[in-house]
Design a protein around this ligand. Structure first.
Ligand code: SAM
Length: 372
């Protein structure tokens, strides 16, 4: 069965996700703002949920059509063969959004989609009262300039929830964004990585996952595991494949520092849960005390921005000290995600490259300084 899929991602990480999708074997890959569409069989769908590091979730695109009236919306939704995906007793709520479209009222759109689905499924299952007591088949819709997309979510919890973060620090980086930065920094199996502001350890754990080729979804479940159309065997196959591809013999190692001992304790807890604690050395250390080791390293950092942590003047003082401590960098490369204004001026070094990324709602840039 070949299906069409949609995977949303952070704005700025589309090309990273596109490459990931091609690596897992996705076909017909199309990139647009904040998402990647592709196609493939159910193995690809299971693999996408298990292995994609920068996708926020993966959905099956059930239909795309134009609708200017509620009648058109109802008819097009009614024509979707939902019975192939939604079991007789499954729950099928829907949620979504409408932008620049004739159909604007989200509650009214939700109600029409629900009615069309209930009519279709009621007729197919010869049952007027659908009980909706079993698996969750969450339907998501988007209406952009009158173009409607109807998607069946297959992930459940967002894919950033890897299962290793018990608690987080004050301003954690989302795992999917950390994985994107790791990819842009080209972290490889034998690299040495350092995060001098490690907080809850996200960057280092995601770097270890990438270097060791540990699929990020191995320790969690996905809603499609409970969907009736999805043979359990496929999940078992893909999980076994992902487990067999872990590189346990690589030389990857990492160093995590933070000024707060609580954060170091949290990083240790999370790295242990993630199964990569042996690869990472953690120590309470301020950026003022930073020094390079003999081996060349990649420094990957998400310093305080002066929004959620510290005030703006304190954050700028940290950038100034970073500029002093991390330079001259010799063979070491430095990657810093920081807000999009005067970082380079305060840090006192112009980046070789910078790339726009959003950290939540905060417009940031990833400033890259390549080693000699
Ligand atoms: C934005 S958070 C990092 C979050 C981390 N990337 C994560 O995902 O959890 C910044 C971290 O820098 C630490 N920090 C603040 N000032 C510091 C300094 N002068 N030296 C080292 N760490 C510092 C804070 O304790 C905080 O944990």
């Amino acid at each position: 069965m070949k299906l069409n899929y949609v995977a949303p991602c952070h704005f700025g990480l589309e090309s990273v996700l596109k490459y990931e999708v091609s690596k897992i074997g996705g076909d017909d890959i199309k990139v647009s703002d904040g998402k990647v569409a592709f196609s493939g069989d159910l193995n690809i769908l299971a693999r996408a949920n298990l292995c994609l590091r920068t996708a926020e979730r993966v959905g099956i695109l059930l239909a795309a059509f134009k609708a200017y009236t509620f009648d058109q919306l109802f008819d097009n939704v009614y024509n979707i063969p939902f019975e192939e995906f939604v079991g007789k007793y499954d729950r099928f709520p829907n949620k979504g959004y409408s932008i620049n479209s004739t159909l604007r009222s989200v509650p009214a759109i939700q109600s029409i989609i629900k009615k069309a689905m209930a009519k279709r499924l009621g007729e197919k299952y010869k049952h007027n009262l659908l009980e909706e007591t079993e698996s969750l088949c969450q339907i998501q819709f988007s209406i952009i300039k009158d173009e409607v997309s109807i998607i069946l979510d297959t992930s459940g919890d967002g894919l950033h929830k890897r299962g290793y973060r018990r608690k987080s620090g004050g301003a954690p980086l989302k795992e999917t964004l950390a994985a994107g930065i790791i990819d842009i920094a080209r972290v490889r199996e034998n690299d040495v990585i350092c995060d001098p502001f490690c907080g809850s350890g996200t960057i280092l754990i995601e770097a270890a996952y990438k270097a060791m080729n540990i699929a990020p979804g191995l320790s969690r479940r996905f809603s499609a595991q409970f969907h009736s159309y999805f043979p359990k065997e496929i999940w078992r196959e893909e999980k076994a494949k992902a487990l067999s591809e872990i590189r346990r013999d690589c030389d990857f190692q990492a160093y995590g520092y933070d000024i707060e001992q609580d954060m170091i304790d949290l990083s240790i807890l999370n790295s242990r849960k993630a199964g990569v604690i042996k690869r990472i050395f953690f120590e309470e250390r301020s950026i003022d005390e930073f020094s390079y080791i003999e081996q060349p390293m990649k420094i990957i950092a998400n310093p305080p921005y002066g929004e959620r942590l510290l005030d703006i003047n304190q954050a700028h003082e940290v950038y100034r000290v970073m500029g002093e401590r991390l330079f001259p960098r010799g063979e070491n490369s430095v990657f810093i995600i920081a807000p999009d204004n005067d970082f380079e001026a305060i840090f006192s070094h112009k980046a070789n490259k910078n790339r726009k990324l959003y950290n939540g709602m905060i417009p940031c840039r990833l400033y890259s300084y390549f080693g000699n």
